[in-house]
Design a protein around this ligand. Sequence first.
Ligand code: FMN
Length: 321
Amino acid sequence: MNSLGRIFRITIFGESHGKQIGITIDGCPPGIGVAEDDFIADLNRRKPGQFGTTARTEEDIPNIVSGIYNGFTTGTPITILFENKNTNSKDYSNIEHYRPGHADFTASCKYLNYNDIRGGGHFSGRLTTGLVAAGVIAKKIIPKINIISKIIEIGGQKQWEEILATTIKSSDSIGGLIECTIQNVPIAMGEPFFDSVESVLAHAIFSIPAVKGIEFGSGFESAKMKGSEHNDIYIDKTGKTLTNNAGGINGGLTNGNDIIFRVAIKPTPSIFKTQQTYNFKLDKITNLEIHGRHDSCIALRIPVVIEAVTAVVMADFFLQR
Ligand SMILES: Cc1cc2nc3c(=O)[nH]c(=O)nc-3n(C[C@H](O)[C@H](O)[C@H](O)COP(=O)(O)O)c2cc1C
């Protein structure tokens, strides 16, 4: 339910304005060196601060409460906690609307209104801190595999400064596109059907809030191509190909070329522009003014989260071999 992975298995927990959020990692091999400082670089990449991100700042100091002893993993479950200190829950008292695009409505249906709505509760991007922490450990299991994610478009633009600035000025939010490349991938990882590398990566990447699409290699463009254009011609006995329309995967198995995929991130649902939507207290459609602190562009913060989740998946495949 709230876990992912077969051997390297992560379990996510917490709420945005609760005491703590975190991650438990089961199935991590013993003897991997882990220090608190190892988490700093990736956690800092996830933090807000740049133009277009939320004003909420958290220290994000990892509190490792189990599974690491004398600087090494023990092989037993690792739990890492992060405190929520910079919360401002008064913005979430007196709620009369479900925010369009957010999980407020679906969560209240699933959890019979017992869900913690403050800051989006369990559905907050805040929980991705734990994913990034798990990624730091996963990357240590697969040190030869390089995972690099970068923003390639915001609002459909490759140069996005202007569109980002005008969007923020108009109290709106904007989506973006991230490209992830996995280099030095061993050949024949994955399974042919349900645990194909595409299936498992897509499953994991779609777990990140605000992800709305993923395509591998030439992706949706392949529907417009001919076989003679799409086929990746082999150029040596290692399976290296001239082009990479397959995105590094054939038959669900890694083919040794780079795995390449792109992820569509939707615009932030909480916008400061007035919206007209159903008011459940008054039983009619009224104006909704959202207050609080929000990212205007989630894509700005997500590349490191995509890398982390990808590392978790690749570490799990690696341990299954
Ligand atoms: C890093 C990150 C930051 C986010 N920041 C915000 C935010 O400031 N405000 C907001 O409304 N949603 C934010 N979201 C998106 C919501 O968490 C997400 O849209 C919501 O849970 C609904 O899930 P869905 O978009 O996957 O359907 C963020 C997501 C991530 C991954």
